[in-house]
Structures are given as structure tokens and as C-alpha cells.
Design a protein around this ligand. Structure first.
Ligand code: ZN
Length: 589
């Protein structure tokens, strides 16, 4: 099949007979524009794509639920579209994996390699929202793990966890007896709001929640917070974390977006719910699901506000399934846990299924909102970063990450079928292809074969989307972020920066004995059991000297080699005018 460039060239040569030299010069320029600098033209989107993430979603729960007539919205996509297993890669930690999903690069290249480097400032390559925004195409991004601090996009972004300082003093909340409340024996977070808490909870029935109410921290000037309370028993209440709601914490781009959303929702926007690390405490299961669901509803309503706008790319990662699967998985799989409290198993057996039902409902509403707008057809891609399974340590009543996640592709031209196993790094190439954009030849992934077969368009490539000016550092997350991660149950130990400082102090002390350098890999890291896959390997430390623009892997995508039409080295100005996206010609598979 002849490429566009070749056809154009033949037509051009036929019309240029007498004035060959002039034509040749024009031809070279034209060829340069078409093949070398075609990025703008190639970038004209051919399809709008909505990506809905289900953090921790697994077919092992979804398929039986669909068979039982549940999850109607996911089932529709499943019945009408392409579905398969999306295989994750270790370390299976949400910010690491979601960064792979939305860059097309494996973690050793993209730079978000563990909890210590789990923020957007650690990323060394462009994410798909950056690629899309650079072409002035509207991109809305909601709650993707590893996107704090938020980045400017051509649209809006609400950051996902981990976030620095999004709560005051703790991320789990507190259980208080009436006696403790009366005596004011609380953690610092609630000490200045005691009167408010007492009056709000005085007439609260067991099982009932207060609405959101303001919390004060006068010792922290400018800190404004919000919390809720639930009565667990006649003499006991649960207080959610005190979430920071003022503008001092930036969780959105543009910065004032969070406030505007809170106003529209008439509730404070909460970027991350409480953790599951206090699972060992007997009361946790009584309130955790309900509050995680409250936070999830706020996040979903925020995303819904934008679903009907004229985006070209819409991304929303729902984290409820993951947050609920960690602490409640055992109760829906009691046979896997011989020591499990049977009463609790009965009481909480539906929590995981409830989280899937809530996610299905939110997904249905968001798709419906987009369909009822007049912004044109779109495709839907549903992905998870990993699945879930019973933990290997059966004495701990928790669920564990499993490498097998899910993918679903639905939309114009996509046939209903069961697809081959794909990998997390294949998502961004697939999205770029679906949007009619070239795939970065340096990316580790390739478009899902069934999608390219169904849509039948040529797979175009560019050498890279990187400009060489990509930020991305190896600086560990700050103490407040580490506290959130610890509260969520993902890490143990001292914050990495403080550890680093202690080490430096030790090294500075004359004669101070340093027991060998603390290897980054031995620093407080992922809890192997809780947050990681069974086959989790030691956390890899980012290589500081690795260039931002990774070398192309010649062996990539076996059976799908992409012969280059365009000679290398021809440079194009990027849309920002900043650099050198070298463009390969189009090519038919
Ligand atoms: Zn998880």
C-alpha cells in the first residue's frame, strides 16, 4: 500500500516536467513538512476517548457479578466491546503502574518507581495528557494516582494521591468514647473543634453520620478543614480525618478549580479518603466503607461535572474498589482465611461487591452524561492497574494486589470479542492510536492488536514525544506525603527525607560510625505483603543520570517492527517550540 507521502510525490512529479529544479526544491520542502514535520497534521484527533480507571479491578469479581445480572454498565461495554486481561508489572504500586499506563513507558524509564518517588515531579517522560494538551486539545484528568502536584493541562486536572498535607494530623480519623470527648482527650487535629464536635454529635443516632462540618486549627494560620462524624455506639463516635479545604493546598489545575467544584457540589472536594492501616482496630470495618464511599461520591460528582464538556480526552480513575478491597476482601472470600471472624464475614461480605456496584453506577452516569451532550461520538476504555487476590498470609484479613488487571475497549468500529492479554504499557499507545495520533517509537508498549485490526488504520509513529526538557527528579516525597501514605497503610517507617538527613548528620559527625550506607532499596518502602504483588521484586531505585529521552529499544514489539520511512535526524519544532520531535513517516501494518 502506497503511503500518503508517496502518492503526493508521484502526483507532484507528474505535474512538474519542465521546471524540475524548482520542483525538486519545493518537493524537498513539501516532503519535509509532510513526513518530517507532520506532527501537527497527524495530531488532528480522529476520535474522542474517555478512559475510566477502576483501581484494583479484577475480572474475578466482575465476571461472576455480571453473570448474576449486576454491573449493567460495565456489562454493556463488555458485551459490545473488546475485553481482556491487562497484565501489571512489579512493583505493583498504584502511582507506579498508573504512570506506566498513562505514559507507555515502564517504571525504570518513567521514573516513578516506588512510594518514595510517587509524585508527578518524579516523572521523567510526558504523560498522555501532556502530549494531548500540547496540541491544544482539551484534556480533563481526574484522580489519577501519581499526579500531585497537578500539572497545567488544556482542560482541568484534579490530582490523585499521594498528596502532601491534604489532612491535618493523620489520615485515618479517630474513634472516641463519650468520656474521651467530654474530657477533650483527642489528637491535636480535633482539639480546637471540640465544642463543634460535641454539638454536632449530641443527638446523633447509632449508625448515623453528620453532614460535613468545618474544623479549625488555630495553631496553623490559614488552615481550614472539614470533617464528618458517625455514631458507632451510644457511647462512641468516629471522626473522619480533618481534611484541609483551603487554598493553601493545591490539588487542582487551574488552582481555583477545587474551590469552584466544592461550591457547585455544595460539599468540600476531598482528594483522598482515609486509609485502611487501622484495620487491626475492632471498629474500623463499621465506618470505613461508608466514609470511603462518601469521598468516592464527591470525586465522581466532580468528574461528572465535566463529562458533558467538549473534551478530546477524558480520564477518571475510580479508587473505591482498591480502597475497599484492601480491608474487606477477606470477608467476601472467607474460605481463604481460616481464622476469620465469622460474624464479621457475614456483616461485611458485600462490601467489595458494593464498591464494584458503586463504581459501575458512577461509570454509567459519566458515560451517559457524555452521550447526552452534543460533542460527538466517543470511545470508552476501562482499565485497572492490577487485580486483587486473597493475601498469602492468611492470618492477615486483608486482600493483596494481583498482577492480572482488566481492559475494556468500546466504541465506533470496535468488535465484541475477547482479546489477547495486554500489558500496562500498551494503554497509552492504544489511546494515541484510537485518537489518530502517532505512537512514540521509544515507548515500551504497542497498541492492542485487536484495536488496530478492528479500526484498520495504519499505525503511525514518531521517534519520540520527549523534548529533552522534561523535568523529573529523584527527590523523595516530603514528610506530609509520607504521613499520608503511612496513614493509608502503604508504607512503614520514617519519612525518606528525614532518614536521608539523619544519615547525613551521622556522616558529618567526626568518628561517627556509619554502619554502611543505607541503600535506597532498604529504606522504608512498600509493605511487601499489603501493597505489592506476590511476585513483587525489590523496589528499583531511579537512576539519576538516566537521560530524559530513553534510547529506542530495537527488539520492542516483536512481530510489529516499524520500518522508518523518514531519515532520522530531521528535526521539527514541537508545538511549544521547545524541541525536537522527530517524525517518522506513516506506515501500514
Ligand atoms: Zn491498592
Amino acid at each position: 500500500m502506497m503511503s500518503t507521502i508517496e502518492r503526493g510525490r508521484m502526483r507532484f512529479e507528474r505535474t512538474c516536467s519542465g521546471i524540475r529544479m524548482v520542483c525538486l526544491a519545493v518537493l524537498l520542502v513539501t516532503a519535509g513538512i509532510v513526513s518530517g514535520c507532520a506532527s501537527r497534521e497527524d495530531s488532528v484527533p480522529k476520535g474522542r476517548v474517555m478512559v475510566l480507571g477502576i483501581d484494583g479491578g479484577t475480572w474475578n469479581v466482575i465476571e461472576p457479578m455480571m453473570a448474576a445480572g449486576q454491573l449493567p454498565h460495565i456489562k454493556k461495554l463488555y458485551d459490545e466491546g473488546l475485553h481482556g486481561i491487562l497484565q501489571s508489572r512489579p512493583p505493583i504500586l498504584s502511582p507506579v503502574v498508573w504512570t506506566t499506563i498513562f505514559t507507555g513507558f515502564k517504571s525504570d524509564t518513567h521514573g516513578v518507581t516506588d512510594w518514595k518517588t510517587s509524585q508527578s515531579t518524579n516523572r521523567r517522560v510526558s504523560a498522555i495528557w501532556g502530549i494531548y494538551s500540547e496540541r491544544k486539545l482539551k484534556t480533563d484528568v481526574f484522580n489519577v494516582p501519581g499526579t500531585w502536584p497537578p500539572e497545567p493541562v488544556e482542560g482541568v486536572m484534579l490530582s490523585g494521591f499521594p498528596l502532601s498535607g491534604s489532612t491535618y494530623a493523620g489520615n485515618t480519623g479517630e474513634v472516641l468514647t463519650s468520656e474521651q470527648l467530654d474530657a477533650g482527650r483527642t489528637t491535636a487535629a480535633y482539639r480546637d473543634s471540640l465544642d463543634e464536635i460535641r454539638s454536632r454529635t449530641a443527638r446523633l443516632e447509632t449508625g448515623q453520620w453528620t453532614p460535613w462540618f468545618p474544623g479549625k486549627v488555630p495553631s496553623r494560620a490559614g488552615f481550614v478543614g472539614a470533617m464528618r462524624a458517625m455514631r458507632l455506639a451510644p457511647d462512641k463516635i468516629y471522626l473522619t480525618p480533618l481534611y484541609r479545604t483551603d487554598d493553601g493546598i493545591v490539588v487542582s489545575e487551574p488552582r481555583d478549580l477545587r474551590g469552584k467544584i466544592s461550591e457547585r457540589l455544595r460539599e468540600p472536594y476531598i482528594p483522598e479518603g482515609p486509609g485502611w492501616s487501622r484495620w487491626a482496630e475492632p471498629d474500623t470495618a463499621d465506618f470505613l466503607y461508608a466514609h470511603l464511599k462518601q469521598v468516592f461520591d464527591i470525586q465522581s460528582r466532580a468528574a461528572l461535572e465535566y463529562a458533558g464538556t467538549d473534551w478530546g480526552l477524558f480520564l477518571y480513575v475510580m479508587t473505591l474498589v482498591d480502597r475497599v478491597s484492601h480491608p474487606y476482601w477477606a470477608y467476601s472470600h472467607p474460605d481463604d482465611y481460616p481464622d476469620l471472624d465469622r460474624d464479621k464475614a457475614e456483616r461485611y461480605e458485600s462490601a467489595v461487591a458494593d464498591a464494584y456496584r458503586a463504581s459501575d453506577e458512577a461509570l454509567g452516569k459519566i458515560i451517559e452524561r457524555a452521550q447526552s451532550s452534543s460533542n460527538g461520538a466517543f470511545s470508552v476504555v476501562v482499565v485497572s492497574d492490577h487485580g486483587f487476590a486473597s493475601s498469602r498470609d492468611k492470618t492477615k484479613a486483608i486482600g493483596a494486589h494481583d498482577p492480572d488487571g482488566i481492559y475494556l475497549v468500546w466504541g465506533p468500529g470496535i468488535k465484541p470479542e475477547s482479546g489477547a492479554r495486554a500489558f500496562i504499557e500498551d494503554v497509552t499507545p492504544t489511546l494515541l492510536y484510537m485518537m489518530g495520533m502517532p505512537i512514540g517509537d521509544d515507548m515500551d508498549g504497542k497498541p492492542i492488536a485487536e484495536v488496530t485490526a478492528d479500526l484498520g488504520r495504519a499505525v503511525k509513529t514518531v521517534d519520540t514525544y520527549e523534548h529533552g526538557d522534561r523535568r523529573g527528579n529523584d527527590r523523595p516525597v516530603d514528610d506530609a506525603t509520607w504521613e499520608q501514605l503511612r496513614g493509608l497503610g502503604y508504607v512503614d517507617g520514617a519519612p525518606p527525607r528525614r532518614e536521608q538527613q539523619q544519615l547525613q548528620q551521622q556522616q558529618r559527625q567526626p568518628g561517627g560510625r556509619v554502619q554502611g550506607r543505607v541503600a535506597p532499596d532498604n529504606k522504608p518502602g512498600a509493605r511487601a505483603q499489603d501493597g505489592a504483588a506476590p511476585d513483587n521484586k525489590p523496589v528499583r531505585q531511579a537512576k539519576p543520570d538516566k537521560p530524559a529521552n530513553p534510547a529506542k529499544r530495537p527488539d520492542k514489539a516483536a512481530g510489529q517492527s516499524r520500518p522508518r520511512v523518514q531519515p532520522k535526524g530531521q528535526q521539527c519544532r514541537s508545538p511549544r517550540g521547545a524541541g525536537a520531535a522527530r517524525i517518522a513517516g506513516d506506515q501500514t501494518r
